[in-house]
Design a protein around this ligand. Structure first.
Ligand code: NAD
Length: 285
């Protein structure tokens, strides 16, 4: 664990690799703020940037990345297909738009943002096509539960190599993470910090004090030690840097257990089943 750093990558089942940590850009709608955040993250060593059609900021991400003096192959860019663009044709045409906005020839990872039953297999067929065409290096899912993955397996030629799910100490998702591991799918945590709402938790504060680290750093370290990847979001340079400084300490087995014990099975967002059944559009009201 101690030889890892912010640039470390994890192997994906398709032969590609992905940085273990990245910057999430959800709700960054002010262009200059987004550009500054991406640049601060890049300077702090982040190489993965996580956007989505739904965030309406792919163009700003493209602009921020263009301004970096970086080789494209050193970066890892993820975007996601919105529910309204699912279906074979919708994926193909909306993805073309996404690439234009990002000013890129390819993305490293394309995710189905949420499972919806209307276009379940058609959407995935388009994903496989985009990968075949080289426009997407890796294909994955987001908010897919076990049932969605089991069902997809009945027709997919290739399975998702990443499943990006909500997980933080109040929603530890232990079974889902184990399922993903058993199926060679890398779990990537969204809202890894519980969207900043759980920092006052006493257990967390105690562990943080013991290491002279912040609650945010302890949570990210917990994710790292339980073997998953994560994309915390912040627009503040100091926090962006803080969230990257998690590679110089280690939680004990007892501390890992204490954080595991914080689980309440509480979601910040929608149940994936509700989205699957009624196609409820994010942000779900
Ligand atoms: P998060 O858990 O990353 O929390 C972000 C919030 O935590 C910030 O807005 C800030 O208030 C606070 N914060 C961050 N670092 C901090 C620090 N060091 N100290 C104190 N406060 C700090 O929540 P998120 O933004 O919802 O999730 C991260 C990313 O995951 C998003 O930006 C997005 O890219 C992705 N995401 C994906 C989905 C999906 O359905 N696939 C849904 C939501 C988010």
């Amino acid at each position: 664990m101690t030889d890892l750093n912010i640039n470390s990558r994890i192997q994906l089942a398709d032969g590609n690799s992905m940085p273990i940590e990245g910057l999430g850009v959800y709700k960054m709608t002010d262009e200059q703020q987004l550009v500054d955040s991406v640049h601060a993250a890049y300077n702090a060593g982040y190489r993965l940037f996580d956007t989505a059609q739904m965030y309406k900021n792919e163009a700003a991400v493209g602009k921020a990345i263009k301004q970096l003096d970086a080789k494209r192959e050193d970066l890892f860019v993820t975007t996601k297909i919105a529910e309204e663009n699912q279906g074979y044709d919708g994926v193909m045409s909306s993805f073309e738009e996404s690439l234009k906005k990002l000013q890129m020839d390819y993305v490293d990872l394309l995710l189905v943002h949420w499972p919806i039953h209307q276009h379940f297999f058609e959407t995935w067929r388009a994903f496989e096509k985009l990968k075949e065409q080289g426009l997407v290096k890796s294909i994955g899912a987001s908010n897919y539960g076990m049932i969605h993955l089991e069902y997809l397996k009945t027709k997919a030629n290739e399975m998702p190599v990443v499943d990006q799910i909500e997980t933080h100490p109040y929603l530890s998702q232990e079974s889902m993470i184990n399922f993903n591991k058993e199926n060679n799918i890398v779990t990537q945590a969204w809202a890894p910090l519980g969207r900043g709402r759980i920092f006052d938790d006493e257990t967390l504060k105690k562990v943080a004090d013991a290491h002279q680290k912040s609650p945010a750093q302890v949570i990210l370290r917990w994710h790292l030690q339980r073997g998953i990847t994560f994309i915390p979001k912040s627009v503040h340079e100091t926090r962006i840097v803080e969230n990257a400084n998690i590679f110089d300490f280690e939680l004990t087995a007892a501390e890992m257990e204490q954080l595991d014990g914080m689980n309440k099975n509480v979601r910040i967002s929608q149940e994936p089943e509700m989205v699957y059944e009624i196609g409820h559009q994010y942000p779900h009201g």
